[in-house]
Design a protein around this ligand. Sequence first.
Ligand code: HEM
Length: 355
Amino acid sequence: MTTIRTTLLALALLAGLPATALAQAETNAPHAGPTPQSQQQEQTAPPGLYQIPGQQNVTRPEDVPLFVPAQDQLVGRVSIPDSKLATLVQPEGRTWREFRTFWLRWGAAAVILGMAALLTIFYLVKGKIRIERGRSGRTVTRFSGPERFAHWTLSGSFLILAVTGLVVTFGRPLLIPLIGHPAFTALSEGTKVVHNFTAVPFVIGLLMVLVFWIRDNIPEKADIAWVKSGGGIIKKQDYHPETGRFNAGQKILYWGVIFGGLALTISGAMMMVPFGITGISGMQIAHVVHAALSALMIAAILGHIYIGTIGMEGAFDAMGSGEVDENWAMEHHYGWYKEMFAQRREPGMRGVPAE
Ligand code: HEM
């Protein structure tokens, strides 16, 4: 009974009833039966007072259908400034909820765990990529201090965003059974705040990386040879395609991070200020883009972290100390090594070996 009355009240509100008529609507609810006062009100009510899409001459609250299957929506009219309250039923919301509760969870789990499984298999089959000629003991500067600061600002904030985002995506089914509702409430409130604020260093890191490395990431002819050779990773071979400072794989990652990061920033901002930038449909689209892209980027970054750590000998030094072994530089970025030598940026370099 209470539910019916509440629903009718909401519908009356949607229909833009004045306050007196609202009270009338409550007493007019079917369970209460019409009163003489309400009958009088009905006679004076203008035709079509309740504006229901696809229906005409609905003048009494009890004639207002609870659901309009023909249009699959229920949008009324409100006299208060908050016009978004005029939408009581938004059918796209069901599609979005299915994405949020089913497709997103299974899709993200498949992409991220699938990548982790692939990397594990790759490591077990191929092992660590070694510096073929061993370490020379001489190093060449690969990344300056500001470049490494930009990288770790971007990567540190990305990892925090990834973990806090995954708590939001998987918290309900995975964490509530483990830690219970009260602890999860506190945790999810905290992670949401951390997630929102970490967006700031992420954007700063993204802009720094954009400025520092854009010149070295412009596609060139040599990239085709790198792709054809399988990046020197998939095909085991003596020949290492000559690449500049970044190879084609790194360029793909770079542009993926730049454009993906930009899309995550825009879609995140659209959700951070609810109804400030877009309406409910816009926020749903922003959420789908944000969530799906995040899952793809987390998977891609897993691959990147793998190569930067256990996957390739000598790679981490580039972002750790900023210095890489000369043999590593010659084997993986010969074009860049030659350039460094020609520019005499590194006076201690022993020379450019014959190709
Ligand atoms: C713990 C995590 C990470 C490690 C260990 C790591 C390691 C590295 C290393 C060693 C390099 C230099 C590669 C070279 O010298 O050629 C590098 C470059 C780079 N990293 Fe990371 N990284 C991590 C996380 C991230 C994240 C989260 C992002 C972006 C969201 C990112 C974006 C980049 C980009 C754009 C480059 C330059 C291009 C490239 O080498 O692929 N990194 N990283």
